[in-house]
Design a protein around this ligand. Structure first.
Ligand SMILES: [Zn+2]
Length: 403
């Protein structure tokens, strides 16, 4: 598996020493606010229309937008493309006839070109990939699978101004006095330049919205049991969903839907193939709670909020005194012991605060009438064994372990 994270963590790249020195010079000059001229917009239109651009075109484009240092950027582009490991490939005119020889030149696909411009913007160069990024995001709107480059572009607005990038020289031999210089540009980008003998060897750029990431650690929630990573937005969302589900099972609120079902009696608690889907879903939730509490491998309820359990399964939701979904149980029809078949109670789960309140006792006679002298799936909890000694049928008691 490839674990892809948003690139707001520190990213390190290596540049030739001369290029780093010249880039530091460009970035130390004041920014010039420019509005995009016709040639900039023409480049963007052509890139989107063709889906590719040549290095010559991207060089010309950047010379239009980043004019500091007499448009020195033009001469730095190749090294920056190498440093960021942007994929360069041949770009060719379509031949008039198949088999014709054509002359091409090196270039980038639109996605790689935009990603490159996004990184150049992130290191403080004057280029605005926002229109291109928005157009590409619209183009991939319907796709469910993305490349890492597309993933980065998709998050353009989310990561804008929040990146931290360090560019180091590839030269190891440096002499002279060590010095550190910090400066900020007119839009809030912060630069830290480390030099020896007045020659920069490391340049770090933090976007205007960059914040030191909070420490992350793996923790297990005491209540829902989920293992998650702190200060991780995706994990926080996943944990909240699981946590809320567990809380809904443990501390159920009165359910108007269940109240309506049981208004005419306990038969309204039955979950058979004719019962609404939400009831199948609620039985599934309790089956999941049962599995979690007793550490079983599988959830014993073949239904859910989008599928009815098949007809050889029956569930029952137990309404609490206030109409809460206090618990549930499930029966399965089986021929494992008797050729003619019989019903067997697979599991029963009641929220802790509703236990020992007579919920099961008050339904036991009804269950015996409905399912006959049913069998119970072993092993049984100590509480269930105690219950059966008191309320079980003769056959049910006979099946209990004797100590
Ligand atoms: Zn939790």
């Amino acid at each position: 598996m490839l674990d892809l994270q948003l690139s707001t963590d520190l990213m390190n790249y290596k540049l030739p020493h001369d290029t780093l020195i010249r880039l530091s010079g460009v970035l130390s000059e004041p920014r010039r606010s420019t509005t995009p001229g016709p040639s900039v917009l023409a480049f963007e239109t052509a890139l989107l229309a063709e889906g590719v651009c040549t290095l010559t075109a991207i060089r010309r484009h950047l010379a239009q937008t980043e004019k500091r240092g007499f448009s020195a950027i033009e001469e730095l582009i190749d090294d920056l493309i190498n440093a960021f490991e942007v994929c360069v490939q041949g770009i060719y005119p379509r031949p008039e006839y198949l088999g014709d020889e054509v002359d091409g030149e090196m270039g980038l696909t639109a996605v790689d070109a935009v990603w490159f411009l996004v990184l150049l913007e992130a290191i403080g160069l004057e280029v605005d990939p926002s229109r291109l990024a928005d157009s590409l995001i619209a183009q991939i709107e319907d796709r469910t699978l993305l490349t890492s480059t597309e993933f980065d572009i998709l998050h353009y607005r989310l990561t804008l101004g929040k990146r931290r990038i360090r560019l180091n020289t590839d030269t190891a031999q440096l002499v002279g006095q060590h010095s550190l210089h910090k400066h900020k540009d007119s839009i809030g980008n912060r630069y830290t330049v480390c030099s020896r003998g007045d020659l920069p060897y490391s340049l770090e750029i933090s976007g205007r919205k960059y914040r030191e990431p909070k420490p992350r650690e793996a923790v297990t929630c005491d209540l829902c049991g989920m293992l998650y990573v702190t200060n991780h937005p995706g994990d926080a969302r996943r944990h909240k969903a699981t946590h809320d589900r567990v809380v809904r099972r443990l501390n159920p609120k009165p359910s108007t839907r269940l109240q309506k079902r049981v208004a005419s009696g306990v038969a309204g608690e039955l979950v058979d193939p004719d019962a609404p889907l939400w009831m199948h879903g609620e039985v599934y939730e309790r089956a999941a709670a049962f599995r979690k509490e007793f550490g079983y491998d599988v959830i014993q309820w073949p239904g859910g909020s989008s599928t009815c359990a098949p007809s050889d399964w029956r569930g029952h939701l137990f309404a609490g005194p206030g109409g809460e979904i206090a618990g549930a149980c499930a029966f399965m029809h089986t021929t494992s012991r008797k050729a003619e078949g019989e019903w067997s109670l697979q599991w029963i789960w009641i929220a802790p605060s509703f236990r020992r309140k007579g919920l099961l006792e008050s339904r036991w006679t009804d269950l015996l009438q409905r399912y006959g002298d049913f069998d119970l799936e072993k092993p049984l909890s100590a509480a269930m064994v105690a219950f059966l000694w008191k309320h079980g049928s003769e056959a049910q008691r006979a099946s209990l372990p004797v100590f």
